[in-house]
Design a protein around this ligand. Structure first.
Ligand SMILES: [Zn+2]
Length: 154
C-alpha cells in the first residue's frame, strides 16, 4: 500500500505545516489498519521536536481515543517544552480515492489542545485544499473554562 497515497504535505503553504503533516502522514501510512488506526497526529513542541500519536478506534465508539490526545501525551512524556503546533492526517480506506486528508481536531480535542497548548497553539487545517496554520482559539471561540485549574494556560 505504501506509495499509493501521495503525501499531503505538498499541499501545505508553510514549512511548519508541511513538516507536521509529513510526520503525521508517514506515521499513519506505516500503521494504518482499517477501522482501527486511521488518523495520526504530529505535535511540535517549543524545543523544536515532533511527537506522534495515533488514533485508537474501539468496539465501543466512545472508548476510542483521538490521535491528537496520543500525540500530546507522547510530547509530555518526552519534554517539558509546551506544544506549539499540531497536524492530523487521515489515511484513506482501500476502497476510497487515494487521498490522505489533513483533518481538523474534533470538538473534544479542541478543548484538550487549548488546555495543554494555550489559545495560540497553531493547528493545521485544510483551507480550500491547502494546509494552513490557524490559532486553536479560532477553532473554539467560546472555550469552556471551569474552576478546576488556577491557570487557563499551560
Ligand atoms: Zn479528537
Amino acid at each position: 500500500m505504501t506509495g499509493r497515497v501521495p503525501d499531503p504535505a505538498g499541499r501545505c503553504v508553510d514549512a511548519t505545516a508541511a513538516r507536521l503533516v509529513a510526520a503525521a502522514f508517514a506515521a499513519i501510512r506505516d500503521v494504518y489498519v482499517p477501522e482501527r488506526h486511521q488518523i495520526a497526529a504530529a505535535v511540535l513542541t517549543g524545543d523544536d521536536r515532533v511527537h506522534l500519536g495515533v488514533h485508537l478506534d474501539a468496539m465501543v465508539g466512545r472508548a476510542a481515543a483521538c490521535a491528537e490526545s496520543g500525540a500530546l501525551s507522547a510530547a509530555r512524556l518526552a519534554t517539558s517544552a509546551p506544544p506549539v503546533a499540531i497536524a492530523a492526517v487521515r489515511y484513506p480506506k482501500p476502497t476510497e480515492p487515494a487521498l490522505a486528508r489533513i483533518v481538523p481536531p474534533c470538538g473534544l480535542c479542541r478543548e484538550l489542545l487549548i488546555d495543554h497548548g494555550g489559545p495560540d497553539l497553531q493547528v493545521v487545517v485544510d483551507a480550500d485544499g491547502q494546509g494552513r496554520l490557524v490559532a486553536a482559539s479560532g477553532l473554539l471561540v467560546h472555550k469552556y473554562v471551569g474552576t478546576k485549574w488556577t491557570r487557563t494556560t499551560p
